[in-house]
Design a protein around this ligand. Structure first.
Ligand code: ZN
Length: 308
């Protein structure tokens, strides 16, 4: 029997990663394309896969994990579109349609964050769990929730980066979210850290790094408390460049424990792996797109079949 082969596309604000394979350990081709004007970018994506098909045979399905906001309601006429993105030229752009029509295979589609959540669930730090949350703390903050094995969607996708968190006493920083000021992302995202300290998180050191970590852990813990009480996840996986700051996780766990204040009394909340670092690193997004492709191949709901 022929081995199954899937295509994965992770579109990001600056680059688009495409790969072919069946798991992160079985990647047979990959490329990285600068995310430019939509038509040109999608044409480059499509020709990468067309050439791969010519060389090595057909694909079973393709998954796309896209920057957003995106339209995920399958009944909506703009399903598969990037909708109101601030990225120049990318308002109201059909991403799924051109890929599906050019390559003629089922296409799975979701946000980059939800994709990464699925990737961590299949091959990474949430493997084996059916209800968990994946949060990324990079320039912004985003999180995807998986409940009973399915990514949570409603009218749109959850925007847990914009949760309300209590301000730390003495913190006068106004917040960096263009919509809400001092929401979770506005206080704890990479853009907020850079605005607060005058340089990016990765460049902080000494006493400044200690103070930054303290605040970062406090605000993230407040955000995680909201998530624990709303979703009751089995685990929260945290990734992204700011989450990679040395020493953040032990502080984050202890501040979350303070936030929960013993309620409810679940021993799992006190375990070190309740808040776990992401395991797939930069591969989480493309790996998530692979999961979306596999789900599309299996006929799971997050997919769109070619028009016949
Ligand atoms: Zn906000």
């Amino acid at each position: 029997m022929r081995r199954e082969r899937f295509g994965a596309i992770e579109t990001g604000g600056t680059k688009t990663v495409c790969l072919i394979g069946s798991s992160p350990d079985d990647i047979t081709a990959r490329t990285r394309i600068t995310t430019g004007e939509p038509k040109e970018t999608l044409a480059q994506v499509i020709s990468f896969f067309q050439e791969a098909v010519e060389e090595a045979g057909p694909l079973d399905a393709i998954g796309i994990a896209s920057f957003g906001p995106v339209e995920l309601r399958r009944s909506h006429q703009r399903y598969g579109f990037v909708t109101t993105s601030p990225k120049p030229g990318w308002q109201d752009v059909d991403v799924v349609g051109p890929v599906r029509d050019a390559l003629g295979v089922p296409v799975g589609f979701d946000t980059d964050v939800n994709g990464a959540a699925l990737g961590e669930g299949r091959w990474g730090a949430a493997a084996g769990l059916d209800s968990y949350v994946y949060m990324t703390v990079g320039t912004g903050v985003g999180a995807g929730a998986v409940i009973d094995g399915s990514v949570v969607h409603g009218l749109g996708h959850p925007e847990m980066g914009h949760l309300v968190v209590g301000r730390r006493p003495g913190d006068a920083f106004p917040g960096a979210c263009p919509y809400h000021g001092d929401c979770l992302e506005g206080l704890a995202g990479g853009a907020a850290v850079a605005a607060r300290w005058g340089r990016p998180a990765e460049q902080l050191d000494g006493d400044e790094l200690d103070r930054a970590l303290e605040l970062e852990a406090a605000y993230l813990a407040a955000g995680l408390r909201n998530i624990v009480y709303t979703i009751a996840p089995q685990r929260i996986v945290v990734g992204g460049s700011v989450a990679a700051l040395p020493g953040l996780f032990p502080l984050l766990r202890s501040k979350l424990s303070e936030e929960l204040a013993g309620y409810p009394t679940l021993p799992e909340h006190a375990s070190d792996d309740f808040v776990a670092p992401a395991a797939l690193g930069p591969l989480a997004g493309p790996a998530g797109a692979l999961v979306l492709a596999i789900q599309a191949h299996e006929g799971r709901p997050s997919q769109e079949r070619p028009k016949s």
